[in-house]
Design a protein around this ligand. Structure first.
Ligand code: HEM
Ligand code: HEM
Length: 553
């Protein structure tokens, strides 16, 4: 049975007025509460109501994979040596015996072959990182397509966005640590990006690497960033993210009894705590099973990093693939100014387009808020079809991301599908501009089609498949009325009016020209909510008029 949350908190009784503790445990609890005051905190929060839907589980997957990463990461730090000092390998992996390598690489090979459980923990750490970023993407999509980022959750969206970006970069720093041929190639790529930054590039490169590439400093520096700096910031952001989820209360789908002012669901304790505990072990178990079966990053097969070598099929982890794609499809433009070379072929994709693809995510709630001019709070979720332009923009963004990811693997497409790498590159160059537009158009039309279908269902009911012959010979299909619950669901959404410019003359007949910003806003707003962007939903009069008839059409 579902419950509705009350917003008032029951204040805790002062300790002196409470009944005397019955046993040692209660005494201990009283003692702790007297010092930390957690009784009232727990009382108000542990009974907090959360709505139920499978998609609200995605945030949990992010949380659990992050915990798994922290646990396994701590184990790895016990054995990993973040040093680029040279050693000669004398371990048990015969093919590498006698080869000079960095301590970082040697210690990662040792973690894999010498340390008890080391290889499994490494694999779990890496797999969990892949699932973590994927879960963040999907969780973000859920929040995006349902409009859960609207007021009052815009700041929490930005916290989430920062978690995503930091997670992606920390993953990059992580796979750069073992100093194998693949990670060295990744660092070389990053060095290229730094060097292509106009004016400050060479100075930043020298500062980062402590001299010429690769130098001796980059792995120890990345290590501190990877295990301390970024996870520390992420932990802080994560706590703030979850506190805000608590504070705002969770959004919910429209349904009978659900309003913008209540939350219908089950209490956190015991229902969700039990579910969450079980789910954590399920996620951990699944990742452990994958890690035990599917080998990831077998650094012993790549060999130690040498600046004069590149491993074939060198690919970053999937979430960074789009940045690689941007660089692979960019023409190698270069210009010389006052004796300085400006490498546009690297600077444009990595300094301009890469941040743009990401920052567009962070900015979206604010852009939509500005277009609608809506200052109200929203706690009831949108069905994606009822916000066709937003849904189409989200789908177009995903398609751009996937096209760029494909570009990052242009060599793999070429070799596996027996294509010329140039054809793949040209296809992607065109596809990058064309595919998102096509996806936008198709998705928007699809949403409008679904809205029409919903309208049809509300007005004419569900097709029963029963064909009836009328006395005068006509055949009709009997339609059954939808249950009240479904009618509510299909008509609960509100339809936003596009923003209109004020009249061109004021009340005294004096011309009042709208400024460029307002004119742009009105134009975009018409694109979002104008005639071609939503199907007017059925009114109750229309519904009444049609359904008061014979029940078949
Ligand atoms: C470390 C990564 C993250 C963790 C552990 C996390 C965790 C959670 C959890 C447990 C919830 C409540 C359950 C749910 O709705 O799924 C939630 C809600 C939310 N998350 Fe995240 N999240 C993360 C990343 C993100 C990202 C990348 C975004 C978006 C860019 C985001 C935006 C939000 C928003 C706006 C809500 C409130 C949704 C609502 O009330 O419907 N989160 N998050
Ligand atoms: C969001 C957080 C994190 C992500 C995405 C992440 C990801 C990664 C990845 C992909 C690797 C390469 C693994 C491999 O060798 O195949 C790695 C290595 C490593 N990570 Fe993390 N990590 C994170 C947090 C942490 C934390 C908090 C610690 C320590 C407390 C840690 C410790 C290490 C160590 C010591 C290595 C090098 C050993 C090795 O490569 O096996 N990581 N990390």
């Amino acid at each position: 049975m579902s419950r509705t949350s009350s917003t008032t908190s029951g204040a805790a009784k002062p300790a002196s007025t409470r009944a005397k503790p019955a046993n040692k445990w209660e005494q201990a609890a009283d003692w702790t509460d007297g010092r930390l005051g957690i009784y009232s905190l727990a009382k108000t929060n542990l009974r907090k109501i959360f709505p139920d839907h499978w998609s609200f589980m995605l945030g949990e997957i992010c949380l659990y994979t992050f915990i798994i990463i922290l646990l396994t990461g701590v184990y790895l730090t016990l054995f990993f040596k973040p040093s680029m000092g040279e050693v000669i390998y004398q371990g048990s992996y015969v093919p590498l015996k006698g080869i000079p390598m960095s301590e970082a690489y040697a210690s990662t090979v040792d973690i894999s072959f010498e340390v008890r459980g080391g290889l499994l923990v490494r694999q779990i750490h890496h797999w969990a990182a892949l699932v973590f970023v994927a879960a963040m993407f999907v969780h973000m999509m859920r929040v995006f397509f349902t409009g859960a980022f609207r007021k009052p959750r815009e700041i929490n969206w930005v916290f989430g966005f920062l978690l995503l970006v930091l997670g992606m970069f920390d993953g990059f720093f992580g796979y750069s640590l073992p100093d194998d041929l693949l990670s060295g190639t990744g660092i070389r790529f990053m060095e290229g990006a730094v060097l292509a930054t106009p004016l400050i590039g060479t100075y930043v490169q020298m500062f980062l690497f402590g001299g010429e590439f690769p130098g001796h400093d980059i792995v120890p520096r990345f290590f501190t960033i990877h295990v301390l700096l970024i996870p520390g910031i992420m932990l802080g952001l994560l706590v703030a993210h979850l506190i805000l989820v608590f504070y705002h209360k969770h959004t919910q789908w429209a349904g009978p009894g659900k309003t913008e002012k209540n939350v219908v669901g089950m209490p956190l304790m015991p229902v969700y705590m039990a579910k969450a505990g079980g789910f954590f072990f399920l996620v951990f178990g699944l990742i452990a099973a994958i890690s035990a079966i599917a080998s990831i990053n077998p650094i012993w097969a790549y060999g130690p990093y040498r600046p004069d070598q590149v491993s074939t099929d060198a690919q970053p982890d999937w979430y960074m693939g789009f940045s690689e794609g941007l660089i692979r499809i960019m023409p190698g433009w270069e210009i010389s100014l006052w004796g300085h070379t400006l490498n546009l072929g690297v600077a444009i994709p990595l300094m301009v387009l890469f941040p743009m693809v990401l920052v567009s995510i962070a900015a979206y709630p604010f852009i939509e808020g500005w277009i609608t001019g809506d200052k109200r709070e929203h706690h009831i979720l949108d069905r994606p079809r009822n916000a066709p332009v937003r849904t189409a923009l989200g789908a177009a963004w995903i398609s751009l991301y996937l096209v760029l990811l494909a570009a990052g693997g242009n060599d793999l497409f070429a070799t596996h599908l027996h294509l010329s790498i140039n054809s793949v590159t040209y296809f992607v160059r065109v596809g990058m501009f064309v595919i998102p537009v096509l996806v936008f158009i198709i998705t928007k039309r699809w949403c409008l089609g679904l809205q029409r279908r919903d309208k049809e269902k509300v007005l004419h009911g569900r097709e029963t498949g029963v064909i009836k012959r009328l006395p005068h010979g006509e055949f009709v299909e009997v339609h059954a009325q939808l249950p009240q619950k479904d009618l509510h669901k299909l008509t609960a959404h509100e339809q936003i009016e596009p923003f209109e410019l004020p009249a061109e003359t004021d009340e005294n007949g004096v011309a009042r020209k709208a400024n460029v910003i307002d004119r742009t806003r009105a134009k975009i707003s018409r694109g979002f909510y104008g005639e071609g962007s939503q199907i007017p939903k059925p009114t109750s009069e229309e519904h009444h008029e049609i359904t008061s008839g014979h029940g078949h059409h």
